[in-house]
Each structure stands twice: as structure tokens, then as C-alpha cells.
Design a binder for this molecule. Structure first.
Ligand SMILES: CC(C)(COP(=O)(O)OP(=O)(O)OC[C@H]1O[C@@H](n2cnc3c(N)ncnc32)[C@H](O)[C@@H]1OP(=O)(O)O)[C@@H](O)C(=O)NCCC(=O)NCCS
Length: 193
């Protein structure tokens, strides 16, 4: 297995729809809606694929999308789904980080989303990323009549920085490194090394 995350294309639509229908039984989007989202000018849709799988249906591991109308400073996480066989290994978090990174890159200040009140797994993912609850829409998800919890993230500054060069004075002098170079093994009791 080799995971590749990339922008969604129209030739991903069929496997995306298969996962969409399997995941969101009662509130799946139609193919026309999904197509419009992927093609839309303000959409940013990603897929994760197993780059070593032969069959397109088996290749798709998940998808996620952001809607970010230009110039508003706001964006919405429209959807996120990870295939059941590949849940729990960090793909959902990876998608969310990628969407938030894109939001930051296009100067979005606030990202919104809605999550079903009966979806503690997704809610815990969003909580852990810093999303806060801003309201509840009673009975929003139909026909199930489940509440939607609306959440907002104030997009944080990037925490990664270019590596700063180690000051010359803090570098060990040649030949005085405390960590043995690779290939040089220190001897151990019993002489196994
Ligand atoms: C929600 C979903 C996208 C998460 O994707 P995932 O790849 O399984 O998630 P990750 O492995 O990246 O885990 C991210 C976090 O989700 C939560 N989580 C994931 N699996 C969990 C589980 N079995 N139980 C509780 N929390 C869980 C945890 O907070 C986890 O963070 P941690 O690993 O630091 O504890 C996935 O479960 C899914 O596709 N669900 C069905 C569709 C859906 O509910 N979409 C959201 C609509 S709002």
C-alpha cells in the first residue's frame, strides 16, 4: 500500500460516489452535486488513493472537500469520508490538515463545518483540531431528524518553520561527535556486537 493524496479529478467521480453512497446512506449527495463540487471554481477537493492498487474502485481510500468563495475570508468543509478498511490510520486527520493548509494559503481566516450530533468520531477529530461549537441546528439531517452541530475554526498560523541553521559554535568539532556514525557499533557485554 502506498498512500497518495492529490486533487480530485472527474475520473475519480465513480469511486467517490460508491464511497459516498456506502458512507452516507440517508443523506448521500447525488452524482450531479458531487460533480459540481469537484468542478466548481471555489471547490478544493482531495482524494487519497492507494497508488499501488490496480483497480480504481479499490484504489480510493477517501476524499474530502472545502468550499472557499474567493475574497470572503471564510470556507466550509463540505465533506470528508475515509473508506472503512483504512479508517483509524490518520487519513481523516491528514485530509483536515490539508484542507486547513489550503485555507491558510488562500487567506481564509475562518473554516466552518457541520457534524451530525450522533457522530462522535468525526466530532472528536474536529475538536482535536481546534474547531469550537457555535450552534446547533435541530433536526437538520433528514430523514433521520438528527441535529447538526455547527463548528468554527479560526485558522491558526502555520506552526512549521524553515529549519534554521545550527549556529557554528554549537556544532561538535570534527571527530568529537557523541553519537557513533552509522556502521560503527559499540561493543556490548558478551561481545555480540
Ligand atoms: C470521520 C472520519 C473521516 C475519520 O477518518 P479516519 O481516517 O478514520 O480518522 P483518523 O485515523 O485520522 O483519526 C482522527 C481522529 O478521529 C477520531 N477517531 C478516529 N477513529 C476513532 C474511533 N474509532 N473512535 C473514536 N475516535 C476516533 C480521533 O479523534 C482521531 O484522533 P487520534 O487518532 O489522535 O485519537 C472517518 O471515520 C469516516 O469517514 N467516517 C464516516 C464519514 C463521516 O462521518 N464523515 C464526517 C462527516 S461530518
Amino acid at each position: 500500500m502506498s498512500v497518495l493524496m492529490r486533487r480530485a479529478r472527474l475520473d475519480d467521480l465513480e469511486p467517490i460516489m460508491a464511497l459516498e453512497r456506502a458512507t452516507f446512506a440517508n443523506d448521500a449527495w447525488s452524482e450531479a452535486m458531487m460533480r459540481a463540487e469537484i468542478e466548481g471554481e471555489h471547490g478544493y477537493y482531495l482524494v487519497a488513493v492507494d497508488d499501488e492498487a490496480d483497480d480504481a474502485g479499490e484504489r480510493l481510500m477517501g476524499y474530502a472537500g472545502l468550499y472557499a468563495p474567493a475574497g470572503t475570508g471564510d470556507a466550509d468543509v463540505q465533506t470528508i469520508a475515509v473508506a472503512p478498511a483504512t479508517r483509524g490510520i490518520g487519513l481523516g486527520r491528514g485530509f483536515m490538515h490539508a484542507l486547513i493548509t489550503h485555507a491558510r494559503r488562500i487567506h481564509v481566516a475562518r473554516v466552518f463545518l457541520e457534524v451530525r450530533a450522533d457522530n462522535p468520531i468525526a466530532k472528536s477529530l474536529y475538536d482535536s483540531l481546534g474547531f469550537v461549537e457555535i450552534g446547533v441546528r435541530k433536526g437538520y439531517y433528514q430523514p433521520d431528524g438528527v441535529d447538526a452541530i455547527a463548528m468554527r475554526l479560526d485558522v491558526p498560523e502555520a506552526v512549521t518553520r524553515p529549519a534554521s541553521p545550527t549556529p557554528q559554535s554549537r556544532r561538535p568539532a570534527p571527530g568529537t561527535a557523541t553519537t557513533p556514525a552509522r556502521g560503527i557499533r559499540s561493543s556490548t557485554p558478551g561481545g555480540a556486537a
